[in-house]
Ligand binder design. Structure first.
Ligand SMILES: [Zn+2]
Length: 489
């Protein structure tokens, strides 16, 4: 028999987590939950953060799940240097200008002043382009499909943990191809891989499409992106995939002899996601009680809490320990919290705040009935499961948590995606409700610039499928192109 009831905690037990409710002040909630749950902390240097073990574990889970997809689609990992000579960056002015306000420079090595300044990589196109020009000689060397997991430095003025920090971690794929078509195919394949990864593993629904010229990566022919809506109604760019065309291959002289023995410049792509994804998981799923992690990336998927009543160390603890071993054997990430200095109630709200998807409680009475109580973090529902069948039921329960989080986020996205035909309507939606606004855009940059200036909203993506006609939301000229607008992080 399954018993369902709301899990209620006493007021005192609620106090342990002491975070500002998300519904009251989203920004404060975000920063507080990151500190309280020990995901990250501010470093002594401005704009930098320390990713603590609990936060780093999410990144490691993201890495391993995405790395698998990157490798399955034929790419291999490599590692390029952190420093890039200034002349490499200068070769490509558009690229350098795009990044120059954010580049950190090394001017001295030991006591010696360097003859040439070294940039701390803001991205690796320049150094990789230089190496590819040595490695690629013939069409037989193509395609080159390389990815690197690395750290990046961009000197940001305004920072927020995980979303924008001076140093961050990411993966950057850099590929070289024989033709434009092949490079475009790769760019779109990666875009779709990112979408599938983010939706299935992080349970965050996204919209995807092309970026406008204004929002394009410096030096790229086309930039594509996936964007998600956070609970405060602001959009977050979750990943980008660029078709670089022959721009960098001409600058770095990456040529190959084609199948007709003619010299050609290669066609390139680059693409990346970063530790920003951790911020997205926090913002998209958290609630007033704290974090809610999707099981597939949760650092701890299941926490077992023995109820310390009576002679619990003899009656309860051995069963809890046995359960921990069994669950670990099945491959789950499990924690058993048998600490005596904290009450079970304190632990309940602590692990709720930390976003652990499933809690198993076992007390003396449960042992008598050969059962344990499980509490889902997504719905906070409680039910009793027999200890005999528990191993078989856990996978389904955790899948349920994963699906609920995705469904809730999808519902949120739908409820907060609006359409606007008129500029006044557009502005009033942004003032009152935010979210995504689907609207037609004439394609002119001055319209895009004015919209940003007047409403702080930008074009997040231009969806690839376009089959409608309308009028530009600002200038009312005819347009066959609708886009997603939003205020963004
Ligand atoms: Zn217009």
């Amino acid at each position: 028999m399954i018993v369902r009831m709301e899990c209620k905690l006493s007021k005192d037990e609620r106090l342990v987590s002491q975070i500002t409710p998300k519904s009251k002040d989203f920004s404060r909630w975000y920063v507080e939950v990151i500190k309280k749950a020990e995901l990250a902390d501010y470093a002594p240097m401005k704009g930098m953060m320390v990713i603590r073990p609990y936060g780093f574990a999410i990144w490691e889970n993201i890495q391993s799940l995405l790395d698998k997809r990157i490798k399955e689609s034929g790419h291999r990992n490599a590692y390029f240097p952190l420093f890039i000579p200034e002349t490499f960056l200068q070769k490509e002015t558009e690229h350098l200008e795009g990044f120059s306000p954010e580049v950190a420079w090394v001017t001295q090595g030991g006591a010696e002043e360097l003859e040439e300044r070294l940039a701390v990589r803001p991205t690796s196109e320049a150094i990789i382009g230089n190496m590819y020009s040595k490695w690629i000689k013939s069409w037989r060397d193509l395609p080159v499909l390389i990815n690197q997991w690395a750290n990046i430095v961009r000197w940001e003025k305004v920072t927020r943990p995980f979303l924008r920090t001076t140093e961050f971690l990411w993966q950057e794929g850099h590929t070289a191809h024989e033709s434009f078509e092949e490079a475009e195919k790769e760019t779109l394949m990666i875009l779709d891989m990112y979408r599938e990864f983010v939706e299935n593993e992080l349970a965050v629904p996204v919209v995807s499409g092309r970026k406008s010229e204004r929002e394009r990566f410096a030096g790229a022919l086309e930039t594509y992106a996936i964007e998600a809506l956070m609970s405060d109604g602001k959009a977050l760019q979750m990943g980008t995939s660029h078709n670089l065309g022959q721009h960098f291959s001409k600058v770095f002289n990456i040529r190959f002899e084609d199948r007709d023995q003619k010299l050609q410049y290669v066609w390139q792509t680059s693409w990346g996601v970063s530790t920003r994804l951790v911020g997205a998981v926090i913002m998209a799923h958290g609630d007033d009680s704290g974090l809610r992690f999707p099981p597939r990336v949760a650092p701890t998927q299941i926490v077992i809490i023995p109820i310390s009543l009576g002679d619990w160390k003899t009656d309860v603890l051995p069963t809890a320990e046995k359960l921990e071993i069994q669950l670990k054997k099945e491959g789950w990430r499990v924690e058993l919290d048998a600490r005596e200095e904290f009450t079970p109630g304190w632990k309940f709200s602590e692990y709720e705040m930390r976003g652990v998807p499933l809690r198993i409680e076992i007390g003396p009475r449960d042992i008598q009935k050969n059962q344990a109580v499980i509490v889902r973090r997504d719905t906070m529902t409680k039910e009793s499961l027999s200890l005999d069948s528990m191993m078989n039921e856990i996978p389904e329960v955790l899948d349920g948590v994963q699906n609920t989080l995705l469904e809730q986020a999808l519902q949120f996205q739908q409820d907060n995606t609006h359409e606007a035909d008129e500029y006044e309507e557009f502005k009033s939606i942004l003032e009152s409700r935010r979210g995504f606004i689907r609207a037609f855009w004439c394609g002119r940059q001055d319209c895009e610039d004015k919209i940003k200036e007047e409403t702080m909203a930008t074009i997040r993506v231009i969806p690839l499928e376009q089959n409608k006609q309308g009028r530009c939301v600002r200038c009312q000229s005819r347009s066959g192109q609708w886009v997603y607008f939003a205020r963004a992080y």
